[in-house]
Structure formats: C-alpha cells, structure tokens
Write a protein that binds this ligand. Structure first.
Ligand code: CA
Length: 232
C-alpha cells in the first residue's frame, strides 16, 4: 500500500484530502504543521507528499528544500490561487506539481497518479540510455530515432528547437513544466529568464501540431508558471 503524507494546517482541507486518498486505497498520515510533517517523514517515510506552502510554523518552501536535500520523493504543492510566482519557484526547487485550492478529489488523484508514475519511471530509467522510442500522442506520432513527426499520418516539419520542445512534453505527460525548467533543458543555462524566446517557439510549435493554436488541445498554458501536456 502506498503511503501519502499530507502536510496542511487547514483541518477541513486536510480531512478532505485524507478521505479522498483513503477511498483510493492509499495509507495516509496527516500533519497540521511543518515540524510534525518533517518528523513524520524522517521517522516513517512516504511514497508521496502533499505540502501546503502556508504553514503556521515553518515556511512550506523550507520544508520542500529540506526534504529535497535528502530525498526524491514526489512532492505536490497545495497552494492558493494567487501565488503563481510561488508555485513556479516551488517547481524550480524540486516540487513535482501543484494543486490550486479549491480542487476536486478527481484532480487530486490525477495529479498523484502522474507524480507517482514519473517517479517510478525516473527510478527505473537511467538518463544515459539512448532514446529510440516512437511516441504516439493523440493525432501525433514522434519517431525519436528518425527525428520525425507525423500528424494524422502526414509528416510535419519541425525546427530542431520545436522538435526538442515537443519531445520534452511528450516525455512528461500530465506534468507541469516551468519556463525555467524548459529553458534550462532546451536552451541551457543562461536562458533561465528569457521567456520570450520560449513563447515564440511554443507559438510556432502549436501552429504545427494543434488543430486550433488559439485553443490548444495538447500543450496547455499554466498561466504565470509554464506549460503542461494534457494527459489523453
Ligand atoms: Ca495553510
């Protein structure tokens, strides 16, 4: 049974999460402050952590960093609606995803599923492996050996940057990727703040892969944070 640690000082929200998780077959432990959350993680461990950023004793960002010093356990941030900057910062500091309050049990379980799947894939694959995979996603087919992309069977020409951008998302379905993460992965260090170059490559990629680039069905915008490839 997988074990989830819920660090959240709002009793109602915590109870809601515990109820939803237990209904889905998880073992759950709740902590109402940062200190209890950290000690529970150190003593008993967890397969996933749900972490509220606004806690009464320790700043959630500090808890995130302290756990990340020791562990790669998936961490999903639970955050208020108007904290885009904080969400992006938490993701850049190693959080796997975030949920914006209020959220449904369905959303909660979907995010948990994605985070656990990523973690398992990360721990079973080494980064040095050659990736000759063929990916199928919606109307798209991406052959990473041939570096070719087809949409509804027609091959579409992507520039090297557009291709790398698409591939990064195809490999991370359901996961939010921050501007900084994308820029660092594709453009390298030093482009960390240049979201304009990313927006422009994203726009041209969408024109090629989306039916209606103004209403993207595949790569969705997470306002103020980054983008997410929709799970199909
Ligand atoms: Ca709180």
């Amino acid at each position: 049974m997988e074990r989830v640690l819920v660090i959240e000082d709002d009793v109602q929200i915590q109870n809601f999460m515990i109820y939803a998780l237990e209904n889905s077959g998880f073992e759950v432990e709740g902590a109402l402050n940062g200190k209890d959350g950290l000690s529970s993680f150190i003593m008993k461990g967890a397969d996933l952590i749900l972490l509220d950023l606004g806690l009464p004793d320790i700043d959630g960002m500090d808890i995130l960093r302290r756990i990340r010093e020791k562990s790669e356990v998936p961490i999903i941030i639970v955050s208020a609606r108007d904290q885009d900057k904080e969400k992006a910062m938490a993701l850049d500091d190693g959080a796997d995803d975030y949920l914006t309050k209020p959220f449904s049990a369905t959303e909660l379980m979907a995010r948990i599923r994605v985070a656990l799947r990523h973690y398992k894939r990360m721990t079973t694959h080494t980064s040095t492996e050659e990736d000759d995979s063929v990916y199928e996603y919606g109307d798209l087919k991406i052959d990473n050996r041939a570096h070719m992309v087809w949409k509804k069977g027609e091959d579409i020409h992507l520039t090297p940057l557009e291709y790398q951008l698409l591939l990064l998302f195809i490999k991370n379905p359901g996961k939010v990727l921050t501007y900084r993460t994308i820029l660092k992965t594709i453009w390298g260090e030093g482009y960390g703040e240049d979201t304009q170059v990313l927006r422009s490559v994203m726009a041209s990629t969408r024109r090629k892969i989306e039916e209606n680039p103004a209403k993207p069905q595949y790569i969705e915008t997470e306002i103020g944070v980054g983008y997410r490839l929709k799970e199909l």
